[in-house]
Design a protein around this ligand. Structure first.
Ligand code: M6R
Length: 602
């Protein structure tokens, strides 16, 4: 995920770009860059790390007067976060910024290299600027060259391109990644999100997939697959804080709604027709490995527990999961044939980081599953898979968890194929289900409204038990953690079959049981467990595709043909339940008491 901005006008361009990028920095911050074309001449600045480094580097640069400019803040996907890999990417006389992934970049790169083009970076994006310039060299007019370029691209993109071949013009295209055009008195702006232009512009047009065009002073031409289109703008919000939350009441709520989109980013370029590939992994990482140990804290630990069910069941790899703070002091017996996998949203959690260092000292190879590139855990690991959830602002983790689980599911298919434990048919079946995951994560308006109404009945009582079996046990743990951290009500996650071994003694009408009852996994077993609780008068909220007559409350989920699709849908239900209870109790959903987003102390 990256942020892009563009500007056409006579104001100080550097300031507009940098201020706009500042608003988008949450989308990625491992490097940033700007390029300005003024008096027909191009200039650029790039810096690794946060935007303040770029501000310092460009401190003496002045860019008033008519011209066009583009800027980018990067979340690395292809190539390390270096200055050469930072955008804008340069050709001989043009610059491009891009958010997304060009899936066929290898093929395009080979073609261009065969024609003598030299590449400076390891990115997919650089192909765009060279392709454009090749088309110009072939004699095409600049806009035709741009159109011919985007016609060759496969994958997701929001692209802005400027060129000395057409000074004062920005060429733009969108497919799968966000892009808007905003209009000021005399100026034209582009951005990934409207927070970057609020205060400068009053109206904006949010591009649809497949749209492209060009803008120059006083003119914007927009095209779609059917030809030229008219631009119908919408008023921009006046309040920046509200806009950052896209109209949602809390970041956590926004992040729950984002899950369907970010999970697609997690899969992008990795979930292929017949297999899963991780370009960032050197297959030698898995040589000599016959077991996996996952180590993490909190929500990330729950993702690890879910992943262990998948890895053992499908990839047939013995997999243990450990809480990092426990692991550190238990004098664990470690074998170099075990791959040490850490999971962390922030990449900075002290216990997880220390556990990783211990494992490394013991000679284990390491892999991290992390949301923040260049974080301490990523840097310390032999290899990393980035979850691509985008910056998560709510302290209660939601979309990071969804993407962690997705990566573990993908890793299962990757390893299952590698070690021959999964047949091509079994992999195809999983891939088919995986492609439906974004839909399972969509938040329906009616569902949210139902949970909102229902939540008023769950503001008291002497505790909650979230219960589930198999994969749904980690989800029960995670549902309980979400509820307790933002509502301050006592909640426990429990394996449903274990209730009768003690906790059932607590059952009475004031004990709220949230029962996860998927149809695709052990339905009859969990049903009996819930019946036992109901017989002891516990209040039951059942979450299931199948009506359950003993439930006091019922949330119906979709019939699905794969447990992971039920998993993701039920995950959304438990997140919304926690959110709505917390809001009703008047708590600060995004910054719950006593917690911090990144736990860098032991
Ligand atoms: O950044 P990490 O994933 O390593 O953080 C681990 C936990 O601190 C974190 O998941 C915590 O449990 C969340 N606040 C839960 O919502």
């Amino acid at each position: 995920m990256c942020g892009i901005v563009g500007y056409i006008g006579a104001q100080e361009k550097k300031k507009i770009l940098l201020d706009g990028l500042q608003e988008l920095e949450y989308r990625g911050y491992d490097s940033a860059g700007i390029a300005v074309i003024s008096d027909g001449k191009l200039q650029h600045f790039k810096a690794v790390g946060k935007l303040k480094n770029l501000r310092e580097k460009a401190a003496d640069f002045r860019s008033e007067g008519p011209g066009a400019a583009i800027g980018h803040t990067r979340w690395a996907t292809h190539g390390k976060p270096t200055e050469l890999n930072a955008h804008p990417h340069v050709g001989a006389f043009s610059y491009v910024v891009h958010n997304g992934i060009i899936e066929n970049y290898r093929e395009l790169k080979e073609e261009l290299e065969a024609e003598g083009v030299r590449f400076l970076s390891q990115t997919d994006t650089e192909t765009v600027v060279h392709l454009f310039e090749q088309k110009i060299k072939e004699g095409l007019e600049p806009f035709d060259a741009f159109k011919a370029t985007i016609d060759r691209l496969e994958g997701a993109y929001a692209i802005l391109l400027i060129s000395e071949a057409a000074p004062e013009t920005i060429f733009f295209a969108k497919n799968g990644s966000p892009l808007l055009i905003a209009f000021g008195a005399e100026e034209i702006y582009f951005a990934s999100s409207d927070t970057a232009v609020i205060g400068h512009a009053k109206e904006a047009y949010y591009l649809e997939d497949g749209e492209y065009g060009y803008a120059c002073p006083g003119e914007v031409k927009l095209f779609g697959p059917e030809g030229e289109k008219t631009i119908s703008t919408k008023p921009l919000p006046a309040d920046k804080a509200m806009a950052q939350k896209d109209g949602y009441r809390f970041f956590m709520e926004k992040e729950i709604y984002e899950q369907s989109t970010v999970i697609s980013d997690t899969m992008l370029g990795r979930v292929l027709e017949d297999r899963v590939e991780f370009e960032e992994l050197d297959p030698s990482l898995f040589e000599g490995i016959d077991a996996i140990k996952i180590c993490a804290c909190g929500t990330s630990y729950h993702a690890g527990l879910a992943g262990a069910y998948l890895l053992e069941r499908m990839a047939k790899i013995p997999c243990q999961v450990e809480i990092a703070s426990e692991f550190r002091y238990k004098d664990p017996l470690l074998s170099p044939r075990t791959l040490f996998v850490t999971i962390s949203q922030s990449g900075e959690t002290a216990d997880t980081l220390e556990a990783l260092k211990m494992a490394k000292r013991a000679g284990l190879k390491s892999l991290s599953i992390c949301n923040v590139d260049n974080s301490s855990i990523v840097r310390e690991s032999d290899a990393a898979i980035l979850t691509r959830a985008g910056i998560e602002k709510g302290v209660a983790s939601t979309k990071a968890f969804a993407t962690q689980v997705m990566v573990l599911w993908m890793l299962t298919l990757y390893l299952g194929r590698r070690n021959g434990a999964m047949t091509p048919e079994a992999i195809a079946h999983e891939l088919e289900a995986m492609r439906h995951a974004p839909r399972a994560l969509l938040v329906g308006e009616r569902l949210h409204e139902r949970i909102h109404r229902l939540s008023k009945r769950y503001l008291h009582g002497h505790g909650f038990f979230f219960i589930g079996r198999d994969l749904f046990f980690p989800l029960a743990l995670e549902g309980a953690l979400k509820l307790k951290e933002i509502s301050y009500l006592h909640a426990e996650g429990y394996p449903a079959g274990e209730m009768k071994h003690g906790p059932i003694a607590l059952a009475d009408a004031e004990l709220f049981t949230i029962a996860l009852m998927p149809k695709t996994l052990l339905y009859d077993k969990i049903k009996s467990n819930v019946e036992e609780l109901s017989a002891r008068d516990a209040t039951i909220l059942a979450i299931s595709p199948e009506a359950f007559e003993l439930a006091d409350d019922f949330i119906r989920t979709e019939e699905a043909d794969h447990p992971m699709l039920e998993f993701f849908e039920m995950m959304v239900v438990t997140q919304l339940l926690a959110l709505e209870i917390s809001i009703r109790l008047g708590n600060d959903v995004d910054m719950p008491r006593n917690l911090a987003k990144s736990v860098t102390v032991e």
